[in-house]
Design a binder for this molecule. Structure first.
Ligand SMILES: Nc1nc2c(ncn2[C@@H]2O[C@H](COP(=O)(O)OP(=O)(O)OP(=O)(O)O)[C@@H](O)[C@H]2O)c(=O)[nH]1
Ligand SMILES: [Mg+2]
Length: 436
């Protein structure tokens, strides 16, 4: 195992920066680059003031914490120094000159997983804690250890059923069969349902962690750009009473409630023979495909065939219908629609609340929210394996059912990191930043 070094803080000027060193040779590298201001032995977990030095001599003062079995499960040093990238580079270079190697993305956390200090789900929690764009996402990250326990319990249940099936295969005389088929099927159905339900929570988990894309669509002049400006809180898009004002897609990040949202304003729909406007509409349709939520904006009192067509086309998508311009026309609005006036601001607060509610729903207990696609995919694989085993029990027999469950166990093991094959780890940690 090599001794790795990296800055854990982003490059740039700040009051302080942090450099981490970890590995079997960390003590020797430490002694080459740090000279404690007060003599005495290094003791684990104690902070010491140090002078930092390279071959040319001392270059900064800092505070160093030594651990004999740190985050990574190895001897490790964390040095806090002044937050100038030149100093950080110099310290890292001094460590490299003394035999350390530069850490790869997520390598500190990877070592923590390999040392059994963290499950993969917990390691992903570290990544989520850094990437989360909402308070809800941070809670999902904090709940990673509990999710990890839930998954361990799920694994135990799958293992128990697998053991039962294996026993039947080994001792067909039946005397070892503790449970009848009906109860096994019941257990497997329950595991499959829980796995699927957990995997489904990724829809909310992703929005909490990464944020969402929300697109305004509707007929020309409905007030999309006016609503867009209201939602982002500044005059970002052109507004005019000339139909067809917006042509290009305008995209801006904003906060709606606790969520980070990328809001898209699009060209209004109408029949057009202007090739640029038509191209704008085509681009809008394409970009809108990837949106998590559509705001279908109708003009109060309009009720045109184009509006009816847009409503019909978006019916299968997650959407909110917004009737805008109620300051001018206050007739009845369709059930479930939001009545707004981009001019006066009426109904905007309710609309924002509606957007947040639709995107993250009644946020379930964070323990039960899956934060990464990887986790969701393995959970779906587990559900499929359990469903396959149920089918096999009814048709193909115990051997096939047991085989399905072995695949199910492999899925949970890949999920939690009980299976720490290199390719699993490579794929996971490739996304991490250096120094983590
Ligand atoms: N009275 C009133 N006028 C509004 C409201 N919202 C927008 N308008 C006006 O309606 C006209 C069109 O507004 P835009 O926001 O440009 O409409 P749009 O849907 O973006 O139009 P296109 O970009 O052409 O598709 C402008 O003159 C706005 O000032 C509203 O709630 N009440
Ligand atoms: Mg517009």
């Amino acid at each position: 195992m090599t001794t790795i070094v990296a800055a854990a803080t982003v490059p740039g000027r700040a009051a302080l920066a942090l450099v981490r060193l970890s590995g079997p040779d960390a003590a020797r590298v430490r002694d080459a680059v740090c000279r404690p201001l007060v003599d005495g032995p290094w003791r684990g977990g104690r902070a010491r003031r140090v002078e930092l030095r390279d071959a040319t001599g001392p270059f900064d003062d800092g505070v160093a914490v030594w651990t004999t079995r740190g985050y990574t499960g190895e001897p490790a040093l964390e040095v806090t120094l002044h937050g100038n990238p030149l100093l950080v580079e110099r310290l890292v270079a001094a460590c490299l000159a003394n035999g350390a190697v530069l850490a790869g993305p997520g390598e500190f956390t990877r070592r923590a997983v390999l040392a059994g200090r963290l499950s993969l789900v917990e390691a992903e929690g570290v990544d989520l804690a850094i990437r989360s764009t909402s308070a809800g996402g941070l809670e999902v990250a904090r709940a990673a250890p509990r999710l990890s326990q839930t998954l361990d319990a799920l694994r135990d249940e799958v293992l128990a059923v697998t053991a039962e099936l294996e026993a039947r295969l080994d001792y067909p005389g039946d005397e070892l069969a503790l449970e009848d088929d009906a109860s096994l099927v019941h257990t497997l159905d329950a595991i499959a349902a829980r796995s699927r339900a957990l995997a489904e929570t990724h829809r909310v988990g992703r929005v909490l962690v990464e944020g969402a894309r929300v697109a305004l669509v509707g007929e020309v002049n409905a007030g999309k750009s006016s609503l867009f400006n209201r939602l982002v809180g500044r005059e970002r898009a052109l507004v005019s009473d000339t139909p067809g004002t917006t042509r290009d897609v305008v995209e801006t990040r904003c906060r709606l409630g606790d969520l980070e949202v990328t809001l898209l304003d699009t060209a209004g729909e109408r029949v057009t023979d202007d090739p640029i406007e038509a191209a704008g509409l085509a681009l809008a349709r394409e970009l809108v495909e990837g949106a998590d939520l559509l705001l279908v904006v109708l003009r109060a009192g309009a009720g045109t065939p184009t509006e009816a067509e847009i409503l019909a086309r978006t019916a299968g998508r997650p959407r909110l219908v917004v009737v805008n311009g109620v300051d001018q026309h206050d007739g009845p609005v369709p059930e479930g629609a939001f009545a707004t006036s981009a001019r006066t601001g009426d109904g905007l607060e309710a609309l924002v609340a509606g957007i947040v509610r639709t995107l993250v729903g009644h946020v379930p207990d964070p323990e039960a929210i899956v934060g990464t696609l990887r986790q969701a995919e393995h959970l779906r694989a587990l559900a499929e394996a359990c469903e396959g085993a149920v089918e096999a029990l009814e048709l193909a027999g115990v051997a096939v059912a047991a085989d399905e469950l072995v695949h199910g166990l492999a899925a949970v093991d890949a999920l939690t990191g009980a299976d720490t094959r290199e390719d699993v780890l490579d794929a996971l940690f490739a996304r991490f930043c250096i120094g983590k």
